[in-house]
Design a protein. Structure first.
Length: 217
C-alpha cells in the first residue's frame, strides 16, 4: 500500500463488528465444523474452497483453520462474491467463506448450509449458526468498518468525531440497519481502544499471511 496504516492514519472510531460464514452446498454431508474437517481429511487435497479474492478475510480465515487442523484444501480466489456464489449454485465448488448478506437467501432456501461464522458474535439474522470459536477453532478476529483521520489530526477533533459517531451508532434506526446487514452490534470504542484493535488485527492477519506465504496478484 502507498501508506503505513499505523504511522499515516489515526484511528477515530470503529463501525460495526461481524464475521463471515463458512458455507457448504447442500450436497456436502456435514453439519458442523468437526464433521467438515473430518470430511476434508477423508479426501486430502481434493476439496476446493472459494473466497472473494487473495488476501481477503475469507481466504485468510480458512488458512487459519487449515493451520490449526491440518486440513488440506485448495483456494480458488474469485473477483468478488457474485461469481463465487454463482459457481457454488452451479456446483463448480461446494465450499466457501462468504459474506453474511449475499449468501443468506440461499441458506434460507436450503441450497447452502452455514456451518459457522467467524468473529466474536453470532450473525443477528442467523443466531442458530455458532461461531468458529464455539466449535474448537481459535479465531476471534472480527470484520469491521472504521473511520480514520490523517496522522497529526488534533486530539480534540479525534475525540469529538469519536463521540459523535458513537452517538449516531446508538440510534434505533442505525441499530436496525446493522441488523439488516446481518452485522452484530459492537460496544462503542474510544479512539485508543480502536487503535488497539487495529494493531492486534494487523498482527493476527500478518502472522497468517507470513505463515502461508500469501502474495498479492
Amino acid at each position: 500500500m502507498p501508506y503505513d496504516t499505523l504511522k499515516d492514519l489515526k484511528p477515530v472510531a470503529q463501525i460495526g463488528a461481524g464475521g463471515n460464514y463458512l458455507i457448504v452446498t447442500s450436497a456436502v454431508p456435514v453439519k458442523d465444523v468437526k464433521s467438515f474437517i473430518d470430511w476434508v481429511h477423508s479426501q486430502p487435497g481434493s476439496v476446493n474452497y472459494g473466497s472473494w479474492g487473495i488476501g481477503s478475510g475469507g481466504h485468510l480465515t480458512m488458512e487459519a483453520i487449515k493451520m490449526q487442523t491440518g486440513a488440506k484444501l485448495t483456494h480458488v480466489p474469485y473477483r468478488g462474491s457474485g461469481p463465487m456464489i454463482t459457481d457454488l449454485l452451479g456446483g463448480t465448488i461446494n465450499v466457501a467463506f462468504a459474506d453474511t448478506v449475499a449468501t443468506l437467501p440461499h441458506i434460507r432456501s436450503g441450497k447452502f448450509k452455514a456451518l459457522a461464522v467467524s468473529g466474536t458474535r453470532r450473525a443477528p439474522l442467523t443466531p442458530e449458526v455458532p461461531l468458529l470459536s464455539e466449535q474448537g477453532i481459535r479465531f476471534t478476529t472480527d470484520s469491521w468498518y472504521g473511520v480514520f483521520a490523517p496522522a497529526g489530526t488534533p486530539e480534540a477533533i479525534v475525540q469529538r468525531l469519536n463521540a459523535e459517531i458513537n452517538r449516531v451508532l446508538k440510534l434505533p434506526e442505525m441499530r436496525e440497519r446493522f441488523t439488516q446487514m446481518n452485522m452484530g452490534e459492537s460496544p462503542p470504542k474510544s479512539p485508543e481502544e480502536f487503535a488497539t484493535t487495529v494493531r492486534t488485527d494487523i498482527q493476527v492477519w500478518g502472522e497468517i499471511v507470513r505463515a502461508n506465504n500469501v502474495k498479492p496478484e
